[in-house]
Design a protein around this ligand. Structure first.
Ligand code: NDP
Length: 458
């Protein structure tokens, strides 16, 4: 069988993203793709030799049981360059050393990634070059637009992958299958039948030493502006005719363009809080403000909640609430779709009628549907019951999907330039209101469900 040649350059190869997420994802991909011959070149600030980098690759590949010949080829031929990747001459040399038009992955701090893109303007670029950029993509509407324009000077849009690894999660595919392959859901997937949609991504983890990045971002930018709005777009989009990049991304973009803060009121539609010292799952956690590297006066939130509206015929009047936070009691990752109550329950049926709620859980991937049934005992008495189903095994790492898209030149699961800008547009008034202190920064004890006065969503 002839081998498919690909070259991947990782800029920032000695960083956390590379070792913890990119290389394991690559190992899993290569383990399944024996026809691929991947040339891997790492470049970074650490003073490593080729052998040092090969060891990092080997550790990551071994952790995901990558044993096939493709993985072996990459782990034995990987090379590393210790250099400043914002230097055009360095970038030219890296590109020239590739066997095939490479994909360049910017696993760099965002400002350095922007500088490296700028440097690429002085480099002779091969046709077919692919660029993969991490979040955060810009810091506001203007910078995201400027970065889009800068990238457009380098390669066409469909060769730019703005990575959102949430879109690589099997849950997003599961959602598409559930919505669009079942007659019973799509006809009621609208404002006539749905009361509200809550998308929750609560973590037990705290800062985990990432103050440098997180303290300037916070939960709103880290999670809601990018990942959760993208997931919302998949929940709310019109049925695409194919899962091709254009159809899927057009459908998401239409949702995002129609999205704005509920009632146009940033203060009333958002809440923020920060954790104080506590215990999470038996682990002592210091107050966020006392974590090394945190500047307490920045008032960075570790829990954010925003309610938006989608001004389309399908969704008029349905609130979509997006929430994410750290150091919380429960690891809760779910999309909860709450249906309106039945128009009328016949006189004679007793018990409390609960709304039907469809819950789609992320990692482990499963769903549950809450129904009112005549339970055991009194046949006239309603009880809430839950139908549960597991989705496909969901064992694939999100970055395996991300890298497959990049190496195969399929941008379906990456964020298009216009959608990246929409994400900033939607949250901009909230950021402004928070900076102006128009919304109080509440506090919650690490290991609790959030501030006591907040009502639980979902
Ligand atoms: P790190 O700081 O761990 O890694 C970046 C690497 O790039 C470091 O090794 C850094 O070296 C190196 N570097 C910085 N400037 C240069 C330069 N001019 N030339 C060569 N190397 C340079 O960051 P992460 O890996 O955590 O993150 C990278 C990107 O991925 C960020 O955009 C982040 O937001 C995103 N991301 C990260 C995730 C994670 O879990 N880590 C998850 C999702 C996204 P040095 O340390 O010496 O400066």
């Amino acid at each position: 069988m002839s081998k498919k040649l690909s070259s991947l350059i990782i800029l920032g190869a000695s960083g956390d993203l590379t070792s913890r997420l990119l290389l394991p994802g690559l190992g899993q991909l290569l383990d399944e793709q024996n026809e691929r011959h991947l040339q891997l070149i790492g470049a970074g600030s650490a003073d490593w030799s080729d052998d040092d980098f090969k060891k990092v690759v080997d550790t990551a590949f071994t952790a995901v049981d990558c044993t096939g010949p493709s993985g072996d080829h990459t782990r034995t031929t990987a090379s590393y360059v210790n250099a400043d990747v914002t230097d055009p001459l360095v970038l030219q040399r890296l590109i020239d050393s590739c066997d095939a038009a490479p994909a360049i992955y910017f696993a760099l701090p965002p400002a350095v990634a922007v500088a490296a893109c700028k440097a690429l303007e002085q480099v002779k670029l091969p046709a077919g070059l692919t660029l993969a950029l991490e979040k955060p993509f810009g810091t506001d509407v203007a910078s995201a637009e400027a970065l889009n324009a800068q990238l457009a000077r380098l390669v066409p849009e469909n060769q730019i992958h703005r990575v959102d690894h949430f879109l690589g999660r099997s849950t997003v595919f599961n959602l598409l299958g559930l919505r669009f392959a079942n007659r019973m859901f799509e006809p009621i997937w609208n404002a006539e039948h749905i009361e509200k949609v809550d998308i929750v991504y609560d973590e037990q983890l705290g800062l985990e030493g990432r103050a440098g990045y997180y303290d300037t971002a916070g939960a709103l930018i880290d999670m809601i502006q990018s990942h959760l709005l993208q997931v919302m777009a998949v929940v709310a989009m019109e049925p695409p005719s194919t899962l091709g990049a254009d159809d899927l991304r057009d459908a998401k973009e239409i949702v995002l363009r129609a999205t704005s803060l509920q009632g146009g009121d940033a203060s009333a539609s958002s809440r923020r809080a920060r954790y104080t010292a506590g215990e999470v799952d038996g682990r002592e956690m210091p107050a966020y403000s006392k974590e090394p590297g945190v500047v307490a006066s920045r008032k960075t939130e570790t829990l954010a909640e925003v309610t938006v509206q989608i001004d389309t015929w399908r969704w008029m009047g349905v609130p979509f609430t997006l929430r994410s936070g750290k150091a919380l009691a429960e690891r809760r990752r779910e999309i909860a779709i709450t249906f309106k109550k039945a128009n009328r329950v016949p006189t004679g049926l007793t018990g409390t009628e609960h709304p039907n709620v469809l819950r789609i859980y992320l990692a482990p991937d499963k769903m549950s549907l809450e129904l009112n049934v005549n339970g055991p005992g009194d046949p006239y008495e309603l009880e809430k019951t839950q139908l549960e189903a597991m989705f496909g095994d969901g064992q694939l790492l999100a970055y395996r999907e991300v890298l497959a898209g990049i190496l195969d030149g399929d941008p379906s699961l990456s964020v298009r330039g216009d959608s990246a800008v929409e994400g900033w547009r939607i949250v901009a008034p909230v950021l402004e209101a928070w900076r102006a202190d128009e919304v109080p920064l509440d506090s919650y004890k690490a290991g609790s469900d959030g501030p006591a006065k907040w009502t639980r969503i979902g």
